[in-house]
Design a protein around this ligand. Structure first.
Ligand code: LLP
Length: 399
């Protein structure tokens, strides 16, 4: 990839996505589940760029959404309503109503209070709604605490006895049609054990529900498949699928999975330019034009992303790659033995396709970066760099 050319053409900081890689990732996962009916519902939150959603939609992907904004994006990008799922612990009334009016596949319910809310809204609109219940199987996924969601102390889902009760209530309700069962124990999972254990627990529950004549048709295993950032050993899609399939014997449910990171994580890089080097007796800093507002993962989770200086080899004194934001927590990488750099050198931050742009902000009044897609060797802009005027647009008329 000619990063110099891309930086010249689109400036920095810049997100670059390899659409061929995204296709390959999607196809690998779809293929792994081929023994059964499956729906890959891409987790829009990982990267919600419309062109990227369109690409996935064309491949046959559905969408797992956590706000009505994501539902609207998915529809706009051409993903059909019957492949869209709406999850999340705090849905507003208007979001629930709009999802119903748009006749999406199902809403995943995360609490008893939400259950009653959804029922009431369905009744008010006169639209019976398909639902799933997110079950919390109480499994430790062994990942970062901020992205682990399957333990009873987490805010997500309901415990098994509550789930059983909700399914029975739904069965009796003319306004709710229980069609799915859902769990998601965490993100960036690299250990198959907890996934299999959770799947077993939830599959047993689904079988119980079938015996009660509750027609659960979708077994929704959430997302969470991890990728390699440093030296992790990611789970192979085939092993992931086999672990889940092995818990489903005797049932005929369609598998739904909601991968985000696996689809886009390794298909994206973040390109930033060196502004200065600064050496103190204690430390070496490489100050770049990208920052925590563009790529928050290192600051928020102490996440590791590989970095490299484009076109330069060798090692130098370990350096922190830091941005211009006024926070000591503003760093992209720490203590990396990078070669000496000069003003204008390019630094590549790898595996930045998931939760990169999606978690960006305008902190420090920094316009969000542009996004570029590479497909079959050709590059094209898929989101313009924000301008100063765009950033202040919602404020100026109150001046
Ligand atoms: N389904 C549900 C219900 C989820 O909560 C999530 C992610 C996914 C699917 C997709 O998970 P994935 O396949 O991408 O692991 N910002 C964090 C990750 C937060 C994940 C939140 N939920 C990060 O940068 O690591």
């Amino acid at each position: 990839m000619d990063y110099q050319k891309l930086a010249q053409r689109y400036d920095t900081p810049l997100y670059i996505y390899d659409f061929n890689q995204i296709k390959a990732n999607y196809n690998a996962l779809k293929q792994a589940f081929k023994a059964r009916k499956s729906l890959i519902a891409y987790a829009v939150k990982a990267n919600s760029n419309l062109s990227l959603l369109k690409l996935l939609g064309q491949l046959g992907s559905g969408a797992d959404c956590v706000s009505i904004g994501e539902v609207r994006r998915a529809l706009l990008a051409g993903i059909p309503n019957y492949k869209i799922i709406f999850s999340g612990v705090g849905k507003r009334d208007d979001e629930i109503a709009e999802a119903m009016e748009k006749e999406i596949l199902y809403i995943n319910i995360e609490s008893e209070a939400e259950f009653h809310r959804v029922e009431e809204i369905a009744q008010k609109l006169g639209i019976p709604m398909r639902i799933g219940v997110r079950v919390n199987p109480n499994i430790d996924p062994k990942t970062h605490p901020y992205i682990s969601t399957g333990l009873l102390e987490s805010k997500f889902g309901v415990d098994i006895p509550t789930a059983q009760r909700l399914y029975l209530l739904a069965k009796k309700s003319p306004w709710l049609e229980p069609v799915a069962i859902h769990f998601h124990i965490g993100s960036q999972l690299t250990d198959l054990g907890p996934i299999k254990e959770a799947s077993q627990i939830v599959a047993d529950l689904a079988r119980q529900l079938h015996r009660l004549d509750i027609d659960i048709r979708f077994f929704d295993v959430g997302g969470g498949l991890g990728i390699r950032y440093k030296d992790e050993e990611p789970i192979a899609p085939y092993d992931y699928a086999q672990a889940i399939l092995s818990t489903l014997s005797g049932t005929d449910m369609t598998i739904v999975c909601e991968p985000g990171r696996f689809i886009v994580g390794n298909a994206g890089v973040f390109l930033t330019r060196v502004l200065y080097e600064k050496e103190t007796p204690a430390k070496r800093f490489i100050i770049v034009d990208g920052a925590m507002n563009d790529l928050l993962r290192p600051s928020l989770y102490n996440a590791y992303h590989e970095v490299e200086v484009v076109g330069k080899e060798g090692e130098g004194r370990p350096a922190d790659v830091v941005g211009p934001v006024c926070e000591s927590g503003d760093f992209l990488a720490k203590d990396r033995p990078l070669p000496p750099t000069e003003h204008g050198d390019l630094i590549l931050v790898k595996s930045a396709g998931a939760y990169g742009f999606a978690m960006s902000s305008n902190y420090n009044s920094r316009p969000r970066p542009a996004e570029v897609a590479i497909e079959d060797g050709r590059d094209r802009l898929i989101r313009e760099r924000e301008s100063f005027e765009y950033m202040i647009e919602k404020e100026v008329r109150f001046l």
